[in-house]
Design a binder for this molecule. Structure first.
Ligand code: NCD
Ligand code: ZN
Length: 335
């Protein structure tokens, strides 16, 4: 059995910087046609020059692969209309983090959302720049996303022309909210389709399954699987592949982030075929994102075949998600 995917897109990806680009960029550029690149570097991407230079470094590492890095800018309350107007054609979205919610988010906004933040969000609406959001409070870890739902609802109604992407949703609450506001969209990761909190702390502590937002209950996972497997038109694939070196994960203060970009399509094909929904994979992994972000990614055809593939136990100093396990699908050809 085979499946052919046209221009797969990963609409939430962490490529890091420096030496790590040697691992991360080819891991995605080989099989994806484009990716939305997250700006939570240290320091975060907050200027036109830093966005352009970073995009240049990414392209240098993609070694001739057909691959478009769609860039994001880290949301700051200090942005002016002129600045956003000038940077608009260099980015696809502005990414808003709540301070302290995740890796390298210290420079994010504080909650409740203040007038200075709303003013900048109003500029984004006016300029037609989508807002991508890490929607979590800093409350009790299992309630953080649900606590942020009211903020999503309020933003969506106050700025009806603004496209708001709820990143890496993990709860039934947000899965339901998606249907209630026309201008709310969502990404769903790979790992949240597969694991629950039990796979992180239910048995032995599993640092390589630890990410933000943390995986939730089987019921939440079911709601996400329903959206993804039906290729709900408001939902896109965003892997949230976010590598950290092994020693930063296997530590007394372990970093949040899961790495699986090089095996994302093999894993997705295994999940979709297992559920009898292989025909919806193209929508989830490309067509929905094209429509939502109004992009035309470069042509790339990926043929996957039903043939066992074993995920390596390590990749350049990073332990990948499900390392050592065997999947039912492999990449046959990329053209
Ligand atoms: C991401 C990272 O490491 O940059 N970590 C994660 O657990 N997902 C940041 C993020 O997307 O929250
Ligand atoms: Zn992320």
């Amino acid at each position: 059995m085979e499946i052919k995917l046209n221009s797969p897109l990963d609409m939430h990806l962490h490529l890091r910087d420096g030496e790590m680009l040697g691992l991360t960029v080819p891991s995605s550029s080989k099989t994806f046609s484009g990716a939305l690149v997250m700006p939570n570097l240290t320091p975060p991407l907050t200027s036109a020059s830093s966005v352009l230079e970073y995009s240049g470094r990414i392209k240098e590492h993609s070694s001739g692969d057909v691959f478009t890095p769609y860039m994001t800018l880290f949301f700051k309350n200090s942005y002016t209309r002129e600045f956003l107007h000038d940077i608009k054609d260099k980015i696809l979205a502005v990414k808003l983090y709540t301070a302290g919610a995740t890796t390298n988010s210290e420079d994010g906004i504080s909650l409740p959302i203040g007038d200075d933040t709303l003013e900048v969000i109003g500029m984004l609406e006016e300029l037609g720049i989508p807002l991508s959001v890490h929607g979590e409070t800093t409350g009790f870890v299992l309630e953080r996303e649900t606590e942020f739902a009211a903020a999503y609802d309020e933003l969506a109604s106050s700025f009806p022309k603004l496209k708001i992407v709820m990143e890496h949703i993990t709860t039934t609450t947000l899965a339901e909210l998606l249907g209630r506001r026309e201008n709310l969209f969502a990404t769903i990761t790979l790992h949240h389709l597969l694991i629950t909190l039990d796979d992180v702390i239910g048995g032995a502590l599993s640092p390589h399954n630890f990410c933000k937002p943390v995986a939730k209950s089987p019921r939440d996972r079911e709601a996400l699987r329903h959206l993804a497997l039906s290729a709900h038109p408001k939902v896109m694939f965003g892997s949230d592949s976010a590598p950290h070196p092994r020693d930063k994960k296997e530590s007394c203060c372990g970093a949040a982030g899961i790495f699986h970009a090089p095996f994302a399509l093999q894993l997705l094909a295994t999940i979709f075929e297992g559920a009898g929904k292989l025909e919806n994979l193209q929508g989830f992994v490309s067509d929905n994102a094209r429509a939502i972000y109004d992009i035309d990614p470069p042509p790339k055809t990926v043929v996957l075949e039903k043939k066992p593939f074993t995920i390596p136990k390590t990749c350049g100093g990073v332990v990948p998600f499900l390392g050592g396990s065997t999947l039912e699908w492999s990449i046959k050809e990329v053209s």
